[in-house]
Design a protein around this ligand. Structure first.
Ligand code: GLC
Length: 516
């Protein structure tokens, strides 16, 4: 699964912003790489206060990206290339410029008066309770027309919809049907854990671990706003709508600790196919921490649940900046050989790093409203570098955000370099398709030792071992037996017979098919 922020992918008309026609022109690249499916961040009509996650019309394409006809063309072309497409579904909130909100805010008794979360002022005339917006300050905004407050988990211009209202559910179901009828293959559900807020409006308790380094919006533990049991019913409802169509996928952004992730799969009533798992991004990057993070994740999964691993996204700092370029290769090997669906964010395949954004070009409200906490998301959202020119092959105009100054790190250069990270990804993806064991095989944990993280995959016919040297020095990888080395992360030699234990070069990962 390859996440694309359309606005940063490929501009076709020189306005400095990526668009659907631009993306259409790059399908060859996706095919070359071996991408199985793309997920597009919101392309809908939006005043764009939050990267398009503030939607003014759920069933339209924003003019800066093109129009519905462009979308249909893109969808057909992707399907013709064997690539599936899922869209971001943002059921929790709309833009305050959505017609629904316009109507809702007008009076206390209009037909949509109960479509958003309205509440009376607190005893002192202030907000109804202590709930905080993720972007800072109270999550309640005063509305003079109704002389009431409305709730917004995010920006004041992103009012939360009232998911207790069956009409709201049905309205979002219609949005889903609109896109499913057009042929999309599923959705990534935005903020799926916060769809319902406590109906008693109980205050959130202060987080005892918060200190002066904690961003103010995280000063409280969101017991009464996040991950309410009733929110799970909403996800089940969304899944029911999806399941009226064949072969569709539901992924979802879920908050909270790893041990909660299992609940998002559902029990008797299914919820998400793939609650997104950020364990690889959230863990410290060493063999001991990694084995604990991965084990905790697999432990949290219900039986039969299909895993997934995410290494990048529009809300996450670039992983290559965290682990470094040498370890980015080891991560690529891990991602493509571990059991579960791999998720990359466009640019991760060339090791894109955080791009410094001068303060006068900042767009992300997180950075504007909460300075100094390293929360800004523009650095990972910078346009993709296709080549080393000024516009990076992304645009002929002035790019919406600066491109990376590391001009050499671009797609064209890495396509031409047989040993690049990009070619490593390509080979790994091809190998994954070739070896059913890498797709379906069970996961066999092994003991991390000596800075080497190692695991096996096994089907009835095949056993594959993966050894990852997470240090910058040579290491001995302990395993017994003999087999064929299928791939080394350095791409420096072809398949060859090997016997364990194996000497791993610094930052080297190796995949071995064991003789049985
Ligand atoms: C999700 C999106 C994020 C956005 C937020 C509000 O968390 O991933 O980018 O800011 O929802 O819509």
């Amino acid at each position: 699964m390859y996440e694309i922020a359309v606005v940063s992918f490929q501009d076709s008309n020189g306005d400095g912003q990526g668009d659907l026609v631009g993306l259409l022109q790059r399908i060859d690249y996706l095919t070359w790489l071996g991408v199985g499916a793309v997920w597009l961040t919101p392309i809908y009509k939006s005043p764009n206060h939050d990267f398009g996650y503030d939607i003014a019309d759920f069933c339209s394409v924003d003019p800066r990206f093109g129009n519905l006809e462009d979308f249909d063309k893109l969808l057909r072309a992707l399907h013709d290339s064997g690539i599936r497409i899922i869209l971001d579904l943002v059921p929790n909130h709309s833009s305050d410029q959505h017609a629904w909100f316009d109507e809702s805010r007008g009076s206390r008794n209009n037909p949509k008066s109960d479509w958003y979360l309205w509440a009376e002022a607190g005893a002192n005339g202030g907000p109804p309770n202590n709930w905080l917006s993720r972007f800072g300050g109270s999550a309640w905004e005063w509305c003079e027309e109704r002389r009431q407050f409305y709730y917004h988990s995010f920006l004041p211009s992103q009012p939360d919809l009232n998911w207790r209202n069956p009409e709201v559910r049905e309205a979002i179901a219609s949005v889903m049907r609109f896109w499913l009828e057009r042929g999309v293959d599923g959705f990534r559900v935005d903020a799926s854990a916060v769809l319902i807020k406590d109906d008693l409006l109980r205050d959130n308790p202060p987080d005892p671990e918060a200190d002066d380094k904690t961003p103010p919006p995280q000063a409280c533990t969101p017991v009464f706003t996040d991950d309410r049991p009733e929110a799970m019913r909403c996800i089940e409802y969304i899944r029911e709508v999806l399941d009226q169509y064949d072969g569709k996928l539901l992924c979802g952004e879920v908050q909270g600790k790893t041990d909660r992730i299992g609940h998002f799969y559902g029990n008797s009533r299914p919820r998400l196919h793939l609650p997104l798992n950020f364990a690889l991004l959230d863990t410290e990057w060493n063999a001991i921490a990694l084995q604990a993070a991965i084990d905790a994740y697999f432990n949290a999964l219900p039986q039969e649940a299909w895993p997934d691993f995410v290494i990048g996204g529009h809300d996450k700092h670039r992983v290559a900046s965290k682990v470094g370029q040498a370890q980015a290769r080891v991560l690529a090997m891990l991602l493509m050989t571990i059991r579960g669906t791999p998720f990359l964010f466009a640019g991760d395949e060339i090791g894109s790093e955080q791009v410094p954004i001068p303060s006068d070009r900042v767009q992300d409200p997180f950075e504007k409203l909460l300075k100094g906490f390293d929360l800004g998301r523009d650095p990972e959202r910078a346009p993709l570098r296709w080549d080393d020119t000024d516009g990076g092959g992304f645009t002929d105009g002035a790019p919406r955000l600066p491109l990376s100054r590391d001009r050499a790190r671009n797609i064209k250069a890495q396509q031409g370099d047989g040993k690049s990270l990009l070619n490593l990804y390509r080979e790994l993806i091809a190998l994954r398709r070739l070896e059913p064991c890498l797709l379906q095989g069970e996961y066999l944990p092994r003991r991390a030792q000596n800075d080497v993280f190692s695991f096996g995959r096994r089907t009835n016919e095949t056993e594959i071992l993966v050894g990852l040297n997470m240090s910058g020095e040579p290491r001995l990888w302990e395993w017994e037996g003999c087999g064929v080395r299928l791939l080394s992360s350095g791409l420096d030699s072809g398949p060859e017979k090997v016997t364990g234990p194996t000497h791993l070069k610094p930052n080297e990962g190796v995949i071995v098919k064991v003789n049985r």
